[in-house]
Design a protein around this ligand. Structure first.
Ligand SMILES: O=C(O)CCC(=O)C(=O)O
Ligand SMILES: [Fe+2]
Length: 501
């Protein structure tokens, strides 16, 4: 699956470029072959014309009779041979071999449907109109090519195959509208109508007959009756609408009262920070969320991306029951883990995380790098393991994930916000910065308010890097207490409080 990371999609452009000379070489070879066939035709023509001129006498001559028969037997076999000797096979084989030699990844059916489904996800989350999207328009701007009817049909078909009749209906309807003005047409109307009729039926419409009549070429009785097309529920996740509106940037803005309590400060409470303090921006209180400003450089980002690129694998999620890792459509990105030993840059970033958070890094997980692909996202989740997830992090033996640091290593052009579903806030990635929050309360319980998600990337590229910091080793850096209601006023607050800030 190549659609799950933009890094792979960029690679694919190279593969597409390689196709051009192969097609051109093939055309050349074919042209030569057709030229030869043409010569044969001409020869047949001249000889036949000569014979016709002589008249029936011509074949009474044994030599001429022999030659005529030869032209229609052995020579004709040659022509047949030449007609059949199409070079396609050789060229197709050639390109496959070359692809394997260079390890060029080529997309398959699942990439095509994955890319189509990604479009549908973006359409829902960002409220994009089918017609605009099919015209290459996003938010009123032309960002890509116009789709032809076949392209539009293909998106609808992917929806259909995913049993998503809601989107199938929208896209097939668009295909039908598009077909009317298309010349030459890229698909048969009947194909579209069949999908339309079935998804109409699935969506509970009584007007299939209209389409069936049209399919049968009958005279149509008036316009299409209004169509019912309800979006299906998001299985068991009722927070969908709120989540999507957060992604669109319609989240709560802090009140003036709250705004006044938000401030920036220089963090210099560690030896190294005396010479290079870190700028911290408090984004919200209780629970505390901060943004560390300008904590990773362009060069560090480039090195980390280069190290991660060859290791990127489709992200997995832990099954809550079995503890097994598996692929899931609710998390679409590719990720890689980087160990400290791999590069001085990784080691340096890890040291910096210690200085940023004041938390012991000995029990932290390796640095995770993630690259989101087409419509890449991560549905609402907690970073910590819930009580029922008894198998999570067991093998690590370092306890639960006490805190998360999320570096933004690129800035998507549109979309891709990190949103906190319960808190109703969204952060749009700002490159070089890192978001930080505590996942656990002081008494070790998971803080349910930290539920968060990565919104689908609408335009551009999203790279992030996570550091998950664990409980063990934090006895002095974030001592536990019985009180679950206390909150930190700043990063590394050793005497958290109840008192309003
Ligand atoms: O990419 C983001 O904005 C959030 C990622 C995240 O929550 C995770 O990887 O656990
Ligand atoms: Fe997360």
């Amino acid at each position: 699956d190549l659609f799950t990371a933009t890094a792979d999609l960029q690679h694919m452009l190279g593969a597409e470029k390689n196709i051009v000379p192969v097609i051109n070489d093939y055309i050349e070879a074919e042209q030569e072959r057709l030229e030869q066939l043409k010569k044969f035709a001409e020869e047949y023509n001249t000889r036949n014309a000569e014979a016709q001129e002589v008249g029936t006498e011509f074949v009474t001559n044994p030599i001429n009779a022999f030659l005529l028969i030869k032209r229609l037997t052995s020579e004709w076999r040659q022509v047949e041979e030449m007609m059949r000797n199409n070079h396609a096979h050789r060229f197709i084989k050639n390109i496959t071999v070359r692809r394997e030699e260079n390890e060029v990844k080529f997309p398959g059916e699942e990439d095509l449907s994955g890319a189509a489904i990604a479009l549908l996800r973006l359409q829902d989350v960002y409220k994009l109109d089918t017609h605009d999207l099919a015209n290459g328009m996003i938010r009123g701007e032309k960002v890509g090519h116009k789709l032809n009817t076949h392209d539009v049909f293909e998106v609808g078909r992917a929806a259909y195959n995913a049993k998503d009749y809601y989107h199938c209906l929208m896209w097939m309807q668009e295909a039908l509208n598009r077909l009317e003005n298309e010349n030459p047409q890229t698909i048969e109307e009947s194909e579209i109508l069949e999908y339309l009729a079935y998804s109409l039926y699935q969506q509970g419409n009584g007007n299939i007959k209209w389409y069936e009549d049209r399919l049968d070429g009958k005279e149509l009785q008036g316009d299409l009756p209004p169509v019912v097309n309800k979006r299906v529920e998001w299985d068991g996740i009722p927070e969908r609408d709120a989540y999507e509106s957060l992604c669109r940037g319609e989240g709560k803005k802090p009140t003036p009262e709250e705004q006044r309590k938000l401030y920036c400060y220089y963090k210099n409470d560690r030896p190294f920070l005396k010479i290079a303090p870190i700028k911290v921006e408090i984004i919200r209180h209780n629970p505390l969320a901060v943004l560390f400003k300008q904590v990773v450089s362009d060069r560090e980002i480039a090195v980390i991306q280069d190290l991660a690129r060859p290791k990127l694998k489709r992200a997995t999620v832990q099954n809550a029951v079995t503890g097994e890792l598996e692929h899931a459509s609710y998390r679409i990105s590719k990720s890689a883990w980087l160990k400290e030993m791999e590069s001085e840059v990784v080691a340096r970033v890890n040291r910096r995380i210690g200085d940023m958070t004041n938390l012991n890094q000995e029990t932290s997980e390796d640095l995770q790098i993630a690259n989101y692909g087409l419509g890449g996202h991560y549905d609402p989740h907690y970073d910590f393991a819930r009580k029922e997830e008894t198998n999570a992090f067991k093998t690590l033996g370092t306890g639960n994930r006490i805190a998360t640091v999320l570096f933004y290593m690129s800035q998507p052009d549109l979309g891709g916000a990190t949103v906190f579903n319960k808190l109703g806030i969204a952060f749009f990635p700002s490159v070089h910065d890192a978001l930080f929050w505590y996942n656990l309360k002081r008494n070790g319980d998971g803080d349910m308010r930290t539920r968060h998600a990565a919104c689908p990337v609408l335009l551009g590229v999203k790279w992030v890097s996570n550091k998950w910091i664990h409980e063990r080793g934090q006895e002095f850096t974030r001592p536990c207490g019985l009180d679950e209601d206390v909150y930190e006023r700043f990063v590394g607050d050793l005497s958290p409080t109840h008192r309003p800030i």
